[in-house]
Design a protein around this ligand. Structure first.
Ligand code: PMT
Length: 412
């Protein structure tokens, strides 16, 4: 195993008061094993979940908990501790801490250090899913992202409270992997976060091919298998790409939406039709974005008439549909491919596995129950540099942030 980029890094690890605080101890141990030098700062509420003694034992360094600690030189602890750090990592970062960051408050040692810092600040949010979705949190996340703070996660899955959704802190090993990706040469720095940059006319002259909406796999002449995709996300991306100067072709499953101005739309019904429409155009595309919720299976024998109720439930034999995204990505002269992943849990692990399986440079993951049919969305982007969060916002705003990231990756 080679030497980690974290070796020798001076990290100020901030711990705030959430259930996930116990995982910060595991994180501290992983970072130390990789050769990082850790100084831990805990908020008052973090100490209700774990004691400073745990971190002191793990790091071998005194843990800082007090703004008014007389042992810190000149009483300037709020400046001094951040000046000697390569970066600040706050894990877990609670709803309240994010709110305080957004307001630029300096009402305890950790908050003061973040405001007084001259180094990058990366945070791993951890909170209940409703708190993560609360409009105030959405606003605060947008504010701190625009201020240059980088978010690692959160992940989706079963939470400490038993609810399922976004808000769970990334597992410590995933935080370490994200830090390593950020610290690699060429890794995205928080200040250059492309999701907060404007999209402008950065796709000028490019051919962008997009799939959107659901597919419909007939069972007989009137029934079929489909899903709840409305097409809103894919259509928003098509509109944003067109506004950014691209020639856009939208291959759409059945939706109730009107075609965005200036976009060429091809209507299809089944996954096989979508496959044919995409493959006929993929060779000419510079960028392919698979937003459609494509049925993985179709009915083997579609009945030529409406099936009658016989008293014996019919058995449907299904066969696998072709994987459009994976096929485009495997073309010898493939366009830059962006996949989507709609997950119901373990977003982080499932999305990364999907990116590997489909061999795409960029995968945008969203939580199915908080994306299908809604007017807003939140995405976690996975690429070679790690992960990037696009905070919850309207689908048009999310679409622009996604395309700004694509533009950044393709050197626009
Ligand atoms: O349409 P909305 O209501 O606005 O909702 C948006 C959305 C939730 C549908 C969208 O954001 C989204 O997540 N789309 C992908 C949904 C999905 O079905 O993901 P998947 O994990 O099954 O597929 C992974 C990727 O492979 C996707 O890019 C998909 O388009 C592609 N795929 C899947 C199967 C297949 N046979 N061919 C494919 O190309």
């Amino acid at each position: 195993m080679g030497v980690s980029v974290l070796s020798g890094k001076r990290i100020l690890l901030g711990v705030t008061g959430g259930v996930a605080a116990y995982k910060a101890a595991v994180l501290a141990r992983l970072l130390i094993r990789l050769g990082a030098q850790l100084t831990v700062v805990m908020t008052a509420s973090a100490q209700r979940f774990v004691t400073p003694a745990s971190f002191q034992a793990l790091t071998g360094n005194r843990v800082h908990v007090d703004m008014w600690d007389e042992r810190i030189a000149d009483g300037m602890g709020h400046i001094e501790l951040s000046r000697v750090s390569d970066f600040i990592l706050v894990a877990p970062a609670t709803t309240d801490f994010i709110a305080r960051l957004a307001q630029g408050r300096a009402d305890d040692l950790l908050a003061a250090l973040c405001v007084a810092r001259a180094c990058p600040l990366w945070i791993a949010p951890a909170m209940n899913r409703q708190m993560w979705l609360h409009p105030a949190t959405v606003r605060n996340v947008e504010t701190i992202t625009a201020d240059g703070v980088r978010l690692l996660g959160p992940d989706a899955g079963v939470q400490a409270c038993g609810e399922v959704g976004f808000g769970r802190m990334l597992e410590p090993e995933h935080i370490v992997a994200a830090l390593e990706a950020l610290l690699l040469p060429g890794g995205a720095s928080p200040e250059s976060s492309s999701s907060s940059e404007g999209l402008g006319y950065r796709l000028a002259g490019l051919d962008v091919l997009i799939t959107a909406g659901p597919t419909f796999e007939p069972i007989d002449t009137v029934r079929g298998l489909t899903n709840r995709s409305s097409g809103k996300m894919g259509y928003a991306i098509a509109a944003a790409a067109q506004t950014a100067g691209a020639r856009v072709t939208l291959v759409s499953g059945p939706t109730a939406l009107s075609t965005p101005a200036g976009v060429t739309r091809l209507d299809v019904t089944t996954a096989c039709e979508m496959f044919d429409a995409v493959m006929a155009r993929a060779g000419a595309a510079d960028v392919f974005i698979g937003v459609a919720a494509v049925a993985d299976y179709r009915v083997a024998k579609v009945a030529a008439h409406k099936l009658k109720k016989t008293g014996v439930p019919p058995v449907l034999e299904l066969v696998e549909n072709p994987d459009i995204l994976a096929t485009v990505a495997a073309l010898p002269d493939a366009p830059f491919c962006v996949g989507f992943a709609a997950e119901t849990e373990d977003l982080h692990a499932n999305a990364q596995a999907k990116r590997r399986r489909k061999q795409v440079p960029l995968l945008a993951a969203n939580l199915a129950q908080e994306a299908f049919g809604r007017d807003d969305n939140a995405l976690t982007l996975f690429d070679d540099a790690g992960e990037h969060v696009i905070a919850r916002a309207s689908k048009p705003a999310v679409a622009r942030a996604l395309l700004a990231h694509v533009a950044h990756l393709i050197g626009r």
